[in-house]
Ligand binder design. Structure first.
Ligand code: IPM
Ligand code: MG
Length: 360
């Protein structure tokens, strides 16, 4: 039976970049035997405008039925005045929580062609290849109590709760150890165990899981040190595992090592390998509608979908090689532009990848 893919363009540059990724999927379907059906639905601000809420029941239902989901980005200034509970971001968090997508894989790879676009010196980032494994359905993002209330002195108090069960920690650590085992057998668990009890537990459980993986070297690092080490000597890392909020912050930082946040894809997986795939960047309202956004992170997210949800390594590689070829030829969107390269817009970049799919 055909695999069902749900397409959620979302807001800002979301629809533009998703269009390019859909072109690639359609080409793989028509010419390379990828057996898929694509459906589209609303999420985020687009859903708020059309239905009043960021995650319509119909979208959640389609997402539950789908074999994989491709998401652009959500959010924008238009919806910022709305209460938290109905903002576009809640649509994304509702999908992650509602579908149990607890394992977020965020690879940060430096394409050698883009070394000049990194804000760090080329010798510090050359050959960089890190995977951040971020827990995605727990922590302060979902912990209760949360909210703003008035205390006995009449003061407004904002509350969020950082909380992890050992089962949540164990399952994300297993995902990270499995990935580390297939790579360089080195895993760094990031916490703030010197201050926060919930991450003291994180460290304990990570160490317990480590006993099941004697072949993987486990190290621990405080998150503030990790943020510093990522810019000081990023190549000391191979696989990093961490909680939701630390992973959010560290993955943005890691992305810039690679030259642009516009290059990095991600996968968010449940227990059974079903996944939602999205670029790690946001909806970039400042450049939305201008046709200048970089579609490569979204296109590379499709490659992750084919690899992790469909086990189609051939077509995943086909996409990744096409991206490499296009970069080799000197095509660059504005965010990765450097001297001597040819600047192109969103759809020109997408078309170039499309054309490169069939080249050997
Ligand atoms: C990300 C984003 C989201 C997050 C936002 C848009 C809710 O920053 O995917 O990293 O904080 O997880
Ligand atoms: Mg983020």
């Amino acid at each position: 039976m055909s695999k069902q893919i749900l397409i959620l363009p979302g807001d800002g540059i979301g629809p533009e970049i998703v269009d390019e990724a859909v072109k690639i999927l359609a080409c793989l379907r028509d010419d390379y035997g990828l057996d898929i059906d694509m459906h589209e639905a609303l999420v985020g601000g687009a859903a708020i405008d059309a239905t009043g809420g960021p995650l319509p029941e119909a979208t959640l239902e389609l997402a539950r039925e789908a074999d994989a989901i491709l998401l652009g980005a959500v959010g924008g200034p238009k919806w910022e005045p709305l209460p938290y509970a109905v903002r576009p971001e809640r649509g994304l968090l509702g999908l992650r929580g509602g579908l149990g997508l607890f394992a977020n894989l965020r690879p940060a790879i430096l394409y050698p062609q883009l070394a000049a676009a990194s804000s760090l010196r080329p010798e510090i980032v050359a050959g960089l290849d890190i995977v951040i494994v971020r827990e995605l359905t727990g922590d302060i993002y979902f912990g209760k109590p949360r909210g703003v209330h008035i205390n006995e002195d009449g003061q407004r108090v904002g509350v969020n709760t950082m909380v992890y069960t050992e089962a949540e920690i164990r399952r994300i650590c297993r995902v990270a150890f499995d990935i580390a085992r297939k790579r360089n057998k080195s895993l760094c668990s990031v916490d703030k165990a010197n201050v926060l009890e919930s991450t003291e537990l994180w460290r304990e459980v990570a160490t317990e899981v480590g006993a099941e993986y004697p072949d993987v070297a486990l190290s621990h690092m405080y998150v503030d040190n990790c943020a510093m080490q990522l810019v000081r000597n990023p190549k000391q890392f191979d696989v990093i595992v961490t909680g939701n909020i630390f992973g959010d912050i560290l993955s943005d930082e890691a992305s810039m090592l690679t030259g642009s946040i516009g290059m990095l894809p991600s996968a968010s997986l449940d227990e059974h390998g079903k996944g939602m795939y999205e670029p790690i960047h946001g909806s970039a309202p400042d450049i939305a509608g201008k046709g200048v956004a970089n579609p490569l992170a979204t296109i590379l997210s499709v490659a992750m979908m084919l690899r992790y949800s469909f086990g189609d390594e051939d077509n995943a590689r086909r996409i990744e090689q096409a991206v490499t070829r296009v970069l080799d030829r000197g095509l660059r969107t504005a965010d990765i532009m450097s001297a001597g390269m040819r600047q192109v817009g969103t759809s020109e970049m997408g078309d170039a990848v499309l054309a490169a799919l069939g080249q050997e």
